[in-house]
Design a protein around this ligand. Structure first.
Ligand code: PBG
Length: 321
């Protein structure tokens, strides 16, 4: 069947296969998309294809040292290319800023809480932690803010899926850990959150808390089928955030934060690039009327230029590819 020969009204899909990582969070997200699609297309058989990615296998090194964001999405993209799956569901935070040739970010769904969360069994907040307390995070962004604000704390790497991270905390390897609130909420672990970290200074990563659905560019029907799942305020916000990140190299080898909020035509954005020790920081805030993805990207571009004018490029390791 040739898509150019179909009429203007697209027929409902008959079968859709969702590629997903197999972690509990990824499966929750895939099942969420599955439920939304079943509701939209009651006659459609929606299946989930669970897969293990390199990012799930390499657990002994910081993500920034083993190749970054692409690690969690590559195997899923191969499944799309091979026709084993029609769409791949990702935490948008893990989706590279520049989509590989032949793939589209077809849909951005409504955002969960985008904040970072403080989780601990013994302490109610970062402020309560004593000198030398061990705080787990593998995010350079979180590390730089923590080092700047709390030089007396010991920041240590924390890898693995959410359940692994929580069990490392519960075994006493850390006094506290910092995680995205979104993942904890989705898995019913919100009660473990002792404090929500405010957007200033704990600005989240671009796309944090949002779900992105990736498809092959050459299957426009799937993009149309997914269109009703798009959430416009989230799409605008993450378009601005991802533009900032893209302009600044889009890697996770540098502490880089970008968070935007779109409300009734107006967008606010806050972004920083910093050194891991927290000693140097370039910080930019933006505010503009936004009524399209193009407007959102223009604001993201302006924020990136502001950061670069402050010398952000000096904080970014040279790309060696
Ligand atoms: N980098 C891993 C990752 N990718 C998405 C989430 C959480 C869920 C989300 O942000 O949507 C996490 C874990 C974390 O940062 O604690």
């Amino acid at each position: 069947m040739n898509s150019s020969s179909t009429s203007a009204t697209l027929e409902a899909p008959k079968r859709l296969v969702i590629a997903s990582r197999e972690s509990r969070l990824a499966m929750w997200q895939a099942e969420h998309v599955q439920a939304c699609l079943k509701k939209l297309y009651p006659g459609c058989d929606v299946q989930i294809l669970g897969m293990t990615t390199r990012g799930d296998q390499i657990l002994d090194r910081a993500l920034s040292k083993v190749g970054g964001k692409g690690l969690f999405v590559k195997e899923l993209e191969t499944a799309l290319e091979d026709g084993r799956a029609d769409l791949a569901v990702h935490s948008l935070k893990d989706v590279p800023m520049v989509m590989p040739e032949g793939f589209d970010l077809a849909c951005v769904m409504a955002r969960e809480d985008a904040r970072d969360a403080f989780v601990s069994n013994d302490y109610a907040s970062l402020e309560d932690l004593p000198k030398g307390a061990i705080v787990g995070t593998s995010s350079l962004r979180r590390e730089s803010v923590l080092r700047a604000k709390f030089p007396h704390l010991e920041i240590q790497a924390l890898r693995g899926n959410l359940d692994t991270r929580m069990s490392k905390l519960d075994r006493g390897e850390y006094q506290a850990i910092i995680l995205a609130a979104a993942g904890l909420k989705r898995l019913g672990l919100a009660s473990r959150i002792r404090a929500y970290l405010p957007y200033d200074p704990y600005t989240p990563a671009a796309g944090q808390g949002a779900l992105g659905i990736e498809t092959l560019s050459k299957h426009p029907n799937i993009k149309q089928w997914l269109a009703p799942l798009n959430d416009l305020p989230t799409l605008y916000a993450v378009s601005a955030e991802r533009m900032v990140s893209r302009q600044l190299g889009g890697s996770c080898e540098v502490p880089l934060a970008a968070y935007a909020l779109w409300d009734q035509g107006q967008m606010q954005i806050r972004s920083f690039v910093a050194s891991v020790d927290g000693k140097a920081i370039c910080l930019a805030n933006g505010n503009a009327k936004v009524q399209s993805v193009d407007d959102a990207e223009a604001l993201g571009l302006a924020v990136a230029k502001d950061l670069l004018a402050q010398g952000a490029a000096d904080l970014i390791p040279k790309i060696t590819k």
